[in-house]
Design a protein around this ligand. Structure first.
Ligand SMILES: Nc1ncnc2c1ncn2[C@@H]1O[C@H](COP(=O)(O)OP(=O)(O)O)[C@@H](O)[C@H]1O
Ligand SMILES: [Mg+2]
Length: 358
């Protein structure tokens, strides 16, 4: 029997790393192991390596010497997308590939925070878990200042924690804005940073959740939610991200550190760990199921979820191409590996259930 091929579509940077036998951000060895486990053989390529005309790709496949070699092969029927595409022609190329019957899961992997918020708000059960959010505008900012003690102003589209500003109420007429490790007090006359951000259509204004803390620094969670070998959503793992001292964003790119949930909750001895974990899982599965209605090929996301001081989970963000490395940073090696194995098991499920034998 033939071993079906599964495609891993990656960006140029990751591709060159693999080609030179240096894994960069993607641990290809884990894909290989998972493929062995599920009777598949992996091939790795970029979008430009696909030829719609010939139905073939020039892909990296493991040769007999255990090194990756370039080989022209038929386009695999199932592809796991791990690349990011901003160019219209590349998006169209993916669409055309899908029209040929190729299943590309996580085809789209960048979601505007505003769109996600609007979709999730439609679900009554999810609403209590969503911080109030508005599009950036002076009017909305004024209104939000009146309603909340702390606000976040952030870019609508993925930013690794860059460009995120925090605003905090000091007293009835005085606020303070935090950005780039600086702070500035203001009253009616808004500082330039505020004026710039609130007039930028690509920003949103959000109520800041009072995040639970670890050693005095706020933390939130990255939840890996993936479709598994049964074609069902599962939470593959949860890792905590703690903000650097004095910071209000937890992103690793902004000096945040990764820790296990057990470690982070050790100070909250009055919380029921299992109940908190269950509520994180429930929120995550509910949120992705809702998003899946609008993004049909969604299969592998990383959610940012905050916990309030009461241990109540709040939805912050959905990342379509989440860094799995956060689990490695927290030394959660089994989960780290599982974030690679699960999408491959899903590919196996797709091949078995959705692809007709030739
Ligand atoms: N509403 C919020 N309440 C509390 N913290 C927030 C909120 N929004 C963002 N943050 C913090 O800022 C970080 C970055 O924001 P996020 O929305 O994840 O954008 P990105 O990661 O794309 O920059 C989050 O991980 C979280 O630590
Ligand atoms: Mg984030």
């Amino acid at each position: 029997m033939n071993t079906p091929t599964v495609g891993i579509l990656v960006s140029g940077l990751i591709y060159s790393g693999i080609k030179n036998n240096r894994s960069y951000l993607e641990e290809v060895g884990f894909y290989e192991e998972a493929c062995r486990q599920y009777g598949l053989s992996p091939c790795i390529f970029r979008i430009k390596d696909i030829s719609l005309e010939t139905g073939q790709i020039n892909a990296l496949v493991k040769g007999v010497m255990g090194k990756y070699e370039l080989k022209v092969i038929t386009i695999p029927k199932v592809i796991h997308n791990r690349g990011l595409y901003f160019r219209k022609d590349l998006k169209i190329k993916l669409k055309n590939l899908q029209k040929l019957g190729v299943i590309i899961f996580n085809d789209r992997n960048r979601y505007g925070k505003w769109d996600v918020q609007e979709i999730l708000m439609k679900n009554e059960e999810l609403r209590p878990h969503l911080p109030e959010t508005k599009r950036a505008s002076s009017l909305n900012f004024t209104e939000m200042l009146k309603k909340h003690k702390q606000l976040m102003i952030k870019p609508n589209s993925g930013s690794l924690g860059s460009g995120v500003v925090m605003v905090e109420k000091r007293d009835s007429e005085l606020w303070e804005v935090y950005y780039n490790q600086r702070r500035e007090a203001f009253a009616n006359d808004w500082p330039e940073i505020i004026r710039k951000k609130v007039s930028n259509k690509n920003y949103i204004i959000q109520e800041r959740i009072q995040l639970a803390q670890f050693q005095g620094n706020p933390f939130d969670l990255r939840v890996s939610v993936q479709k598994n070998g049964l074609g069902e959503w599962q939470v593959t793992g949860v890792v905590g991200k703690v903000a650097k001292k004095g910071n209000y964003v937890t992103n690793a790119a902004k000096g945040g550190t990764c820790k296990t949930l057990t470690e982070l909750l050790s100070n909250y001895s009055d919380w029921d760990f299992n109940a908190v974990y269950q509520s994180i899982e429930d929120l995550s599965i509910k949120a992705v199921s809702e998003l899946n209605k609008y993004f049909p090929n969604l299969a592998d996301v990383g959610l940012d979820i905050g916990l309030t001081n009461e241990g109540f989970p709040m939805f912050i963000e959905c990342n379509g191409r989440a860094f799995r490395i956060l689990f490695e940073k927290a030394q959660m090696y089994d989960v780290w590996k599982a974030t690679y194995t699960t999408p491959i098991s899903y590919a196996r499920y797709l091949i078995d259930s959705k692809i007709d034998e030739d």
